[in-house]
Ligand binder design. Sequence first.
Ligand code: PLP
Length: 246
Amino acid sequence: MDIEKNIEKIRADFPILKRTMSNYPVDYLDNCATTLKPRQMIDTVVNYYTYLGANAHRGDYEMSAQVDFHYEEARKRTAQFIHAASEKEIVFTSGSTESLNILAMAITNQKLQEGDVVLSTQSEHASSVLPWLEAGESKGVEVRFIPLTPEGKVTVENFLSVLDEKVKVVAIAQVSNVLGYEAPVKEIARICREKGILTVIDGAQSVAHLPVDVQDLDIDFFVFSAHKMCGPTGIGVLWGRFALLE
Ligand SMILES: Cc1ncc(COP(=O)(O)O)c(C=O)c1O
């Protein structure tokens, strides 16, 4: 009974669940693609459009200053959420896809040379592989794939089997959107740190389900999307170590 009451309470937070489809109540199971939006989030967005409206960091009047305040509060909370060293390490983007595109282009252009290798896996989301292939093509940077176990897992052993001195970046998901397995990011990042290899971790499927501490993981970049964690569509995060962002 308690469980039923709890479910009722949670369902009440999601106005969309009051609608029906073909006369049946909606049971939504596609949360890995995008979550439904709770009333609290919708109210906050509507409150912005209704009572704030101004741009962030673009005006010298009270309404604009109020937007600046909320914007920077969101940046602080985001930093705390993933245990970033500073809110200066949080860059807001339109989502994981844009974050990954920015990183692939910037890192390829500024850090990689012909013959360098970016390690990906055979189960990455397209948005984590295609930008590296695209950015690397003109520069002669190879994208190499970490093989998966027969069950589809990324292991340290398989990572080591394709690691050589040409590898300069490892760009993998913390949790796969294909099979849901968690990659051993901390162990892989430790090896990468020793060898001076950059780590770009796609947290689109992990951050809503695991406690993420980017400092403890000792990674270099981490990305995620708000719409997969009950937040608004069109907002994402690119976290990077401050020195690297600079
Ligand atoms: C693992 C993973 N990476 C990246 C993305 C892209 O996220 P977005 O569509 O929010 O940019 C997704 C979306 O499904 C995903 O599952």
